[in-house]
Ligand binder design. Structure first.
Ligand code: SIN
Length: 527
């Protein structure tokens, strides 16, 4: 990259969702000069689409406790959660939610004046606080965007690469604007809060922005990723016929408040499968639906919410999406199917957002802290973004006195990277790396991605995204091929059971000398 503009900051935050804006606000309060960069509009990320809520035990809730929340998280995570991370993040939840409310987020009240709570899959208690009925993410995003109104914000700029000085010290970020013009933000610290990679799949709950840019950038900068094979499929998105792109979510809270799943013949099929039946953890429900669809040769199952009182008031977002699709959830079961939803893995960080690369931090869905293990518990994602966003800001402030100051970032040309056709990648991943994978399918998907790949220099946002999706596809396929067992969201039809060999083994991915993602090691998760 040559020419273009350059500016300075103490911290560049990439991404403007819950983790990024929380970090930016906290860092500014700590006296840091922060710039927030986002490749699209400020609210175009995944946060605003979150429906269910924030899982947190606020105050004295009879029949619930932080310990129970920890236990549910660990249970859902299929043996791969890092218990220290789970306890620590859940323990920090109430203060993080209080801070968010101080910043203006309004949660739904219960009749007794406390916060209303709902329930979702895998939760043993009603502990998910929500806003606007089923519009929690939209309210969180609104409040944070409003609170961050005074911070420098660069929209329409995609992050290309981390920059280093002559000694290898991280010194900033290379960017491209919507017209492909380059720029550089010089800063000793960069926080990635770029969200996940749901756009690896043809059908997803994620917006168009969820292309894995942060994971790809971190891997190219020398960081490690882990648990990438655990792509969570949400069991219930509205089925409106074969379609690609973002699909409307039907929040698990609908089941939390009494709706049940039915197959084409009107039979319930989750009772007997798990003690929580229709409210089993998400991986169990998504896999059961996928099996039932194969058995019955159909494209969707049905969510029967006809017995719920005040559906339109309690779930206005879902109600509107259903009505737009010609479905009346008050009178008829809602056609639903699973779709790619959440990246349980990501860039490996400590509990302060630090990656293996000094100066590079990550928080939110882009990061892998150990909270989610093999399957994230519902509504733990906004929680993690709030908690880790704040902790990363503190870490950046603390670290700036201990790290060498970058001597000035090079405006080095962007390296050529593998870039595959996005549609080919999405089709290959949807066919072979969804719920139900096997060795032959994974190998065929790798071949398909390889055949569609050419090496080039991204010249704009689409190229940066395609390069990230290509790298993520290679990495997910490598991890999914290596883990010869079924665990959490990773379902291998050729290895249908859990294998103790993999118990507590988290697959770490790094780039080799040729820039290809390789499974580097099996990190033993703390017991
Ligand atoms: C939902 O509301 O069902 C999704 C919430 C989440 O992904 O945690």
């Amino acid at each position: 990259m040559t020419g273009g503009w350059a500016a300075d900051a103490d911290l560049v935050v990439v991404g403007s969702g819950v983790a990024g804006l929380t970090a930016a606000l906290d860092a500014a309060e700590l006296g840091l000069r922060v710039v927030v960069v986002t490749k699209d509009a400020v609210d175009a990320g995944s946060t605003r689409w979150a429906q269910g809520g924030v899982a947190v035990v606020v105050g004295d809730v009879p029949g619930d406790s932080a310990q129970a929340h920890v236990a549910d998280t660990v249970e859902a995570g299929g043996g791969l959660c890092d218990p220290a991370a789970v306890e620590w993040i859940i323990g920090a939840g109430p203060a993080a939610v209080t801070r968010l409310r101080e910043r203006g987020a309004v949660f739904d009240p219960a009749p007794d004046g406390r916060l209303a709570r709902t329930r979702e899959g895998g939760h043993s208690a009603f502990r998910v606080v929500h806003a606007g009925g089923d519009a929690t993410g939209a309210e969180v995003e609104r409040a944070l965007v409003h609170a961050a109104g005074g911070l420098p914000l660069l929209t329409g700029h995609v992050a290309v690469d981390a920059l280093r000085d002559e000694r290898g010290v991280l010194g900033g970020l290379a960017l491209l604007d919507d017209d492909g013009r380059p720029g550089v933000l010089r800063a000793p610290a960069v926080l990635l809060a770029t969200g996940g990679y749901g756009q690896l799949y043809s059908s997803t709950t994620n917006p168009e922005t969820a292309t894995g840019d942060g994971v790809a950038l971190a891997l190219r900068a020398g960081a490690t990723a882990a648990d990438l094979e655990f792509v969570q499929f949400h069991p219930t998105v509205l089925y409106t016929g074969p379609a690609v792109g973002r699909r409307p979510l039907v929040t698990e809270a609908v089941r939390g408040e009494g709706a049940v799943l039915l197959d084409r013949a009107g039979r319930r099929f989750l009772s007997g499968l798990h003690p929580l039946a229709d409210l089993a953890p998400r991986d169990v429900v998504a896999a059961a639906i996928t099996r039932r669809l194969a058995e019955t040769g159909t494209d969707c199952v049905y969510l029967d919410a006809r017995g719920l009182d005040g559906f339109a008031r309690r779930f206005p977002t879902v109600y509107a999406a259903c009505r737009e699709a010609g479905v009346d959830p008050v009178r008829e079961p809602i056609p639903v199917t699973p779709a790619a939803h959440y990246a349980c893995g990501g860039v490996v960080t400590d509990l302060h957002g630090r990656t293996a690369v000094p100066g590079l931090y990550a928080a939110g869905e882009v990061a892998r802290t150990g909270l989610h293990g093999a399957n994230r518990l519902a509504s733990n994602s906004l929680l993690e973004g709030l908690v880790l966003g704040g902790r990363a800001a503190q870490a950046v402030a603390a670290d700036r006195h201990t790290r060498p100051a970058p001597a000035g970032a090079h405006l080095a040309p962007s390296p050529a990277v593998p870039i595959a056709d996005r549609t080919v990648v999405q089709r290959a991943m949807s066919r072979a790396a969804g719920v139900g994978r096997d060795a032959a399918g994974l190998a065929a998907a790798s071949d398909a991605v390889e055949a569609a790949t050419a090496v080039g220099v991204p010249t704009g946002r689409a190229g940066v995204e395609d390069a990230a999706l290509t790298l993520l596809a290679q990495a997910v396929l490598a991890a999914a091929g290596t883990r010869t067992e079924s665990r959490g969201c990773h379902v291998r039809t050729d290895h249908p059971g859990r294998d103790d060999v993999w118990q507590r083994a988290s697959l770490e991915i790094a780039l080799d000398a040729a820039g290809r993602p390789r499974v580097r090691s099996e990190k033993v998760v703390a017991v």
